[in-house]
Ligand binder design. Structure first.
Ligand code: ZN
Length: 467
């Protein structure tokens, strides 16, 4: 357990809070919208601004890394203990588009504080959550009397997360030797709520494909030919109908092979979260839950793999009737994957499964998009325990564990760097990511600062004990 006196950390944060918020506001004024070409110069300015600020914070190495798209920022601050573990913090400095007329109460790029909330595009997603690391490391040094952090600290802050990170994996592969780490900490996530601080321990992966079925060379008369040749729309419907069994389990042979099943302890931790299914259904704009038998809703969205139909079509869809056998039909499928599932394997078994089910006389094509791997950090991982403990000290309450049903670039870091990924975020669902009036709760932002002030010392000690 780190001995950093909490009061010293808090005093330091209180003393530097105003300057920290002024700096953050300055950064938020840079409209670093990666999706809009007219803001390309602003994204570059945002990267330069951050690199300069990290240098001012004390990071001896601060670099702006060009990509074929928007630049990323890399910073490094080695520990004075050569045996210390290396931690890589991930975040992004680009933001979603925003305009006053989208429904903002004030200019999205002119930060305003209302009560305990700082409103601006990027306040929570993700500039605020990147920025708490700057004051956090200063507080860590001040309270411990160190001149360098207790861990080898690296930061990689990408510039096009909001545009789908098109060059991110290539960047990580290319700079792999600079980025090596024992653990990756992603600060681009939310907690359960203000009252229930949580650490996310994993995200699902994603594989996507489109299947096109071709029957007759052109639409043909359903009277002259119907009943005597295969119909691609029928074939696609049969394929979709065969995806799940009556227990809503995916029937593709090998689909569940090797997956990390939830332990009793993990299932119990899920039930401790204050989950209100009625309210969740309202957010889901649905009237009933549905899913794999034997699992709760949280288990289904966080810890179980899925096969979903995203789109299906074929044949005549205009007004009235058109008595044809259509020449083609299609379906778009996506699979959310959990730890233990390999997207390459999923592609192979989906191809084999479809080929076996499509009748003679129907030709088919399957194209897979680039996949995202799942990531999951075991609950007993020493770095995860350190994050939960550091958060617990900052929030002065027990920290619970969640997962994410979605998929993100964190998986590339886990994959390329072969390091576990942990999610340290202080945002809450009401922060309005990608929406008008995005905000961050100032007291939570400062809890983020405080968490990182405790984290590096705890991690260094705990890691040493665990190895
Ligand atoms: Zn983000």
């Amino acid at each position: 357990m780190s001995k950093t006196p909490d009061s010293a950390v808090r005093a330091y944060i209180e003393q530097h809070r105003a300057a920290f918020l002024d700096d953050l506001a300055e950064w938020l004024r840079i409209p670093s919208v990666s999706a809009q070409p007219e803001h390309a110069a602003d994204v570059r300015r945002s990267a330069d601004w951050l690199a300069a600020k990290l240098q001012e914070t004390g990071f001896p190495t601060c670099e702006v890394w060009a990509t074929p798209g928007a630049p990323a920022v890399f910073a490094e601050w080695p520990s004075d203990d050569p045996q210390a573990p290396t931690v890589l913090v991930y975040g992004h400095h680009d933001v979603q588009p925003a305009a006053r007329e989208d429904g903002w109460d004030s200019d999205p790029f002119e930060p305003v504080v209302r009560g305990n909330r700082l409103h601006a595009r990027g306040a929570a997603d993700d500039k605020g959550q990147v920025f708490f690391h700057t004051l956090g490391v200063r507080a860590h040094l001040a309270a411990t009397g160190r001149t360098a952090p207790a861990v080898h600290l690296k930061l990689l802050i990408e510039g096009e997360e909001e545009s789908g990170s098109p060059y991110f994996r290539a960047l990580v592969e290319e700079r792999k030797d600079r980025l090596t780490a024992d653990a990756v900490i992603v600060s681009d996530t939310s907690m359960w709520s203000e009252d229930t601080p949580t650490v996310c321990t994993g995200m699902r992966g994603l594989a996507e494909c489109e299947i096109t079925l071709h029957g007759p060379d052109q639409d043909i008369h359903s009277g002259a030919f119907g009943g005597a040749v295969p119909n691609p729309a029928t074939a696609v419907a049969r394929l979709v109908a065969a995806l799940h069994d009556e227990h809503a389990r995916v029937t593709i042979p090998g689909f569940y092979e090797g997956i990390a099943e939830l332990t009793d302890h993990e299932r119990e931790l899920f039930t401790e979260l204050p989950f209100d299914e009625e309210q969740w259904l309202r957010i889901a704009r649905s009237t009933a839950t549905h899913g794999e038998a034997g699992h709760t809703t949280l288990e289904r969205i966080w810890a179980r793999p899925t096969a979903e139909v995203n789109g299906i079509g074929g044949g005549y869809q205009g007004p009235g009737s058109k008595t044809i056998i259509p020449s083609s039909a299609m379906v778009k499928l996506s699979f959310r994957l959990v730890a233990g599932q390999d997207p390459d394997h999923i592609e192979k078994i989906v191809r084999a499964w479809a080929a076996e089910r499509i009748p003679a006389g129907i030709r088919h094509e399957i194209t897979f998009a680039a996949a995202t791997r799942p990531c999951l950090t075991p609950l007993d991982h020493p770095a995860l325990q350190s994050v939960a403990r550091a958060m617990g000290r900052a929030f002065e309450q027990e920290i619970r564990f969640t997962r994410e049903g979605g998929s993100g670039p964190a998986a590339d870091l886990q994959d390329v760097l072969a390091a576990p990924v942990l999610f340290l975020g202080i945002s809450v669902p009401s922060d309005g990511w990608h929406a008008p009036n995005e905000k961050v709760e100032l007291d939570l932002l400062l809890k983020g600062v405080e968490t990182t002030a405790y984290l590096w010392g705890d991690l260094a000690e705990n890691w040493r004990d665990a190895h």
